[in-house]
Design a protein around this ligand. Structure first.
Ligand SMILES: [Zn+2]
Length: 428
């Protein structure tokens, strides 16, 4: 699609229909504060936080009666606590249910305000502008799984966002040449995806698409040597974006390669040993979505590690900078010489019995054999859940002779590393 059409016609139309025009409004708002001095940002975020806390204390059962000035002493909110008592009771707000991919094997659904979704889409746009990529420009997204959505969905995505989707398994032998040609024909200005997918794509591309300006890696750490490899193969800088389903886009890159927190949208804390970490000191990243009114998640634990970077950024922006030490990196796995992202084992967006699924883990026991352990919600009947889950995995992992052992289990223990992972190779 020609960028002009998306920028001027289909993009704004999509924004109007789906977000009530909020993306465009939020983008001008963010551009206005992009270069704001520190004091102005502090005043802005303090105001937004106070409003959110007042709302939470008045209308959200979990926070009822909380004193807004006691924010810093509020207990951190864990992933386990994404329950109904976080939902505001005063009035329904435009919000959408989002599902966390469940990198720990415990997928959950969270309520995200439409306003917040729009603000974060706008934040991404503002971040990409810094890299020379404007609204409407073509971009390619490398992703781990193909959502079971048809041509209509792809057409809508192309029209609304000028986005091309590339599945990581299509970059493997057999289809790799066709995919490379498809990307070259599309000629993206930006390539976006998770680290291992980008590494694979860079290895397959060989040459730089003509218009490419930047590669943005997200969702997992791209080790420095891989980033250098991707950058040299594609001839453009590799930047990072940090986000999560529960708080969307948290930090975006600048021209200098720093990762600036989108402070206008999200309050970020780095907590070590129960207190705020000093600049340079690593701790857990804790976020509060300042536009999350439908189900406020105050001081939400991301499980990700990072540190604030002290000093000033060469770009001159005052937004705080993060140095990420993400531990969410994912290993692709190979079946019959083709590589797949473990996301093929996660329940897709359209999964009907999502609420019946508490936790799952996939253990590989042979070349084409996997045990899928599932912990069900109380009272859920196992057969329909296991049957739908099996069908979803088979659709996402089209391997001939695939053996799936679907098992309802009472609990899933943490692995030797102490971390919960939803996929592991039990043969090692
Ligand atoms: Zn900067």
């Amino acid at each position: 699609m020609h960028p002009f059409v998306v920028r001027r016609l289909s993009g704004p139309l999509y924004d109007r229909l789906r977000f009530g025009g909020r993306i465009a409004a939020a983008e001008s708002d963010l551009l206005a504060t992009d270069r704001a001095p520190r004091e102005a940002l502090d005043a802005l975020t303090r105001g937004r936080l106070t409003a959110l806390l007042r709302h939470a204390a008045a209308h959200v059962p979990h926070y009822r009666g909380m004193r807004p000035e006691a924010f810093e002493t509020l207990p951190l909110l864990s992933k386990e606590h994404l329950a109904g008592d976080l939902v505001a009771r005063d009035r329904p707000r435009p919000a959408r249910v989002r599902r966390t991919s469940g990198s720990t094997g415990a997928p959950r659904s969270v309520l995200v305000d439409t306003e917040s979704l729009a603000r974060h889409r706008a934040a991404r746009r503002v971040g990409w502008r810094r890299l020379g990529v404007g609204p409407g420009d073509r971009w390619t997204m490398v992703w781990g799984r193909d959502e079971p959505r048809g041509l209509l969905y792809r057409a809508a995505v192309a029209l609304a966002e000028n986005r091309q989707l590339v599945r990581v398994e299509d970059l493997e032998s057999g289809t790799a040449d066709a995919e490379r040609a498809r990307i070259e024909r599309f000629d993206p200005k930006l390539i976006y995806g998770f680290a291992s997918g980008l590494t694979l794509l860079a290895a397959r591309m060989g040459t730089k698409p003509r218009s490419l300006r930047a590669v943005v890696s997200t969702a997992e750490t791209l080790p420095e040597e891989d980033a250098a490899r991707v950058s040299s193969a594609l001839g453009v800088p590799v930047m990072h974006e940090y986000g999560l389903t529960e708080a969307q886009v948290v930090a975006t890159a600048c021209e200098a390669g720093s990762l600036h927190v989108v402070e206008e949208n999200v309050l970020v804390e780095v907590v070590a040993g129960g207190r705020a970490a000093a600049p340079g000191e690593t701790g857990e990243i804790v976020v509060t979505d300042l536009f999350g009114y439908a189900a406020p998640r105050l001081r939400y634990r991301t499980g990700d590690a990072g540190a604030f970077v002290g000093g000033e950024c060469p770009c001159g922006r005052a937004q705080r900078r993060l140095d990420l030490r993400l531990a969410r990196s994912v290993d692709l796995f190979e079946v019959d010489g083709r590589r797949y992202h473990p996301e093929v084992f996660t329940p897709p967006h359209g999964f009907a019995r999502f609420a019946d699924l508490r936790r799952f883990r996939v253990r590989r026991t042979g070349e084409r054999a996997f045990d899928v352990e599932v912990v069900l919600a109380d009272g859920a009947r196992p057969e329909p859940v296991l049957a739908e889950f099996e069908a979803a995995i088979r659709a996402a992992l089209p391997v001939r002779g695939l053996v799936l052992r679907m098992l309802a289990v009472p609990r899933i223990e943490r692995g030797a590393s102490g971390k919960l992972r939803y996929f592991e190779d039990a043969r090692r």
